[in-house]
Design a protein around this ligand. Structure first.
Ligand code: SAM
Length: 207
């Protein structure tokens, strides 16, 4: 992984993003540890503080190498955790960790087909790559239970550029905003992010 800068400015289209994460997969966990990646642990803390149910079936979209799945498994050891991602090589790494009961090689903007409906759908550290929010929310809507929860992080700089609150408001008939965190550190030991680029954590609930 030579071009860390592209993490800030964007990697490109779907095939470039796939290649980028395939190439990075072997060192991804190690690099993110060095950068003190905060999103998985902070999202779990936020979830524990906000949710008063234990989700039985969970779908972790853009699960990558499973860094959020590991945190989910710690607090919900009995839950069935499914995952999907576009990077086959990252999926191989998460599969070796034996957290997920099923993994799919899928774009989160395409409809996923499962025999079950989910109590919780997560998307951690990956909203950056969403090109079409309508398609993402359609996929989530198809697979979530009534009153189920959606947990995601989104970069504050992109949130402002995209007028993201307005996007959430447009989906409010289907997904009610339960809670939005204040801006939090994301990759504090990466020099391009430090305390310049922060994230918000969001919890939505299907009506
Ligand atoms: C920063 S990583 C986050 C991975 C994991 N959620 C975590 O917290 O470590 C971004 C992930 O999004 C995946 N990704 C990017 N665009 C995607 C898309 N359209 N559909 C599914 N996965 C995607 C990448 O392959 C990569 O694994």
């Amino acid at each position: 992984m030579s071009n860390f800068k592209s993490l800030v400015s964007g990697v490109g289209n779907l095939s470039k993003t796939t290649k980028y994460y395939d190439d990075w997969s072997k060192n991804y966990d190690e690099t993110l540890k060095l950068w003190n990646y905060q999103a998985p642990k902070k999202s779990i803390k936020f979830l524990k503080e906000t949710l008063n149910i234990k989700p039985k079936n969970i779908l972790d979209l853009a699960c990558g190498t499973g860094l959020f799945g590991i945190e989910l498994k710690k607090i919900y050891p009995k839950s069935n955790i499914y995952g999907s991602d576009i990077s086959k090589k990252s999926l191989k790494i998460s599969s070796d960790k034996k957290i997920y009961i099923k993994l799919k090689n899928k774009n989160f903007e395409e409809l996923h087909y499962y025999n079950t409906k989910f109590d919780l759908i997560s998307l951690i550290g990956s909203m950056t790559y969403c090109k079409n929010f309508k398609k993402l929310f359609a996929n989530i809507n198809k697979n979530i239970k009534k009153k189920g929860f959606v947990l995601f992080t989104h970069r504050v700089d992109l949130w402002k550029q995209q007028d993201f609150f307005n996007i959430l408001k447009k989906h409010q008939k289907t997904f009610k905003i339960t809670k939005i965190s204040r801006p939090l550190n994301y990759l504090p030991l990466n020099k391009d992010f430090e305390n310049k680029i922060k994230i918000k954590i969001v919890l939505l609930q299907k009506n």
